[in-house]
Design a protein around this ligand. Sequence first.
Ligand code: PLP
Length: 444
Amino acid sequence: MFSFISDSEIRDAMKKELERQREGLEMIPSENFTSMAVMEAVGSILTNKYSEGYAGKRYYGGNQYIDVIESKAIERAKKLFKVPYANVQPYSGSPANTEVYFSICSPGDVIMGLNLSDGGHLTHGWSTSISGKVFKSIAYHVKPDGYINIQEARELAEKNKPRLIWVGATAYTRELPFEEFGEIADDVGAYLAADISHVAGLIVGGAHKSPVDYAHIITTTTHKTLRGPRGAMIMVTNKGIEKDKDLPEKIDKIVFPGMQGGPHDHVTAGIAIALDEASKPDFTLYARQIVKNSRALASSLKQNGVKLVTDGTDNHMILIDLTPFGKGLGVFVQDALDAAGITVNKNTIPGEPSSPFYPSGIRLGTPALTTRGMKEKEMDLIGAWISEIVKLVKNNRLIENKEERVEYLKKFRLELQSNTKVKQVREQVLSLCSKFPLYPELKD
Ligand SMILES: *Cc1c(COP(=O)(O)O)cnc(C)c1O
């Protein structure tokens, strides 16, 4: 494996990373394990080519085969998402969203998105993102029960008349209210962009409703539940073309030459392959199993006394609310789970009482474990292990003084290494992982 990489510093780290992926439970909901076919495309000679422009209209020669690949990716995206237009060149989700802004908004325009600590994405108008600096950003929120506050969004839209409204999230465990947001956008004359980065796989797999009838624009990353390579797409719906027939052309122009140079053709090939995989009956089963697993995990956690935002889940994701035990405990739980071989991320929760760096929640999900073949039975076990770890560290407290806090966390991490409970869970995780081999094709 990695036999061509003679640079031992990089090769060793890559080997260790493969081992980490194999021997741990990958539960970050934005991650997944892509197929060998997708990886072969991404690691291929296609990385050598420059192909600025679009199929049939390139700035360099020698693009006859790249044209085939990109056209296939577009055709498959259109078919799978039932849209008349797709651009597969965005380098990733954040550039894709920025491209949407600059294709329909001017600096200073009012835009609306879900607030960051309520589950929204940085690119939906957060103050530290370009989107919050260049545009006048208005945030809507979730209600105390954790569900998106549609009434508030409507009132804010009516008052502020945004040019663009985002519906989409990065930490939200319920189905997105596409239809309701479609009505709001229509009533105030706004564009509605559905950012389905997290749930694209659930949508094409039929586990969630599609925004295609309600949004004008759809953006998605390709590497989350869709299980493709790291990349993104921008699509325009029929509703979008009815609102502005030039929208596809505007988006093409902003992607290139507006924001980007040469597309990543190796990734485009990976996207084309992933879209084909996602169109197969197997993928429908996969998408449904992701949700079944997520529900099973949620009920296991709840049975073991762990509180969840919205008290459950409709999708691939679960948000643990640690506030019953104290403020800002996310870091302790994340680090202890890490030591036990369970990878999750600390996350803000609605009404976050601590801070984004020391939040009070844990975000976790089932797409990657489901790819490995795990089912409800395994989720039951994992839910119990996570609950044990939560209980193990719940009495820690975030220290106010910064230097003391750093020292305390250092000591905490060191002690985890020798903690009997952590070691026990680590052993169980290892044994479970060995029953669900990851990339057996990759030999030493
Ligand atoms: C992941 C994500 C993005 C950004 O994708 P990157 O590829 O990390 O830039 C944008 N929007 C949402 C809702 C996401 O979940």
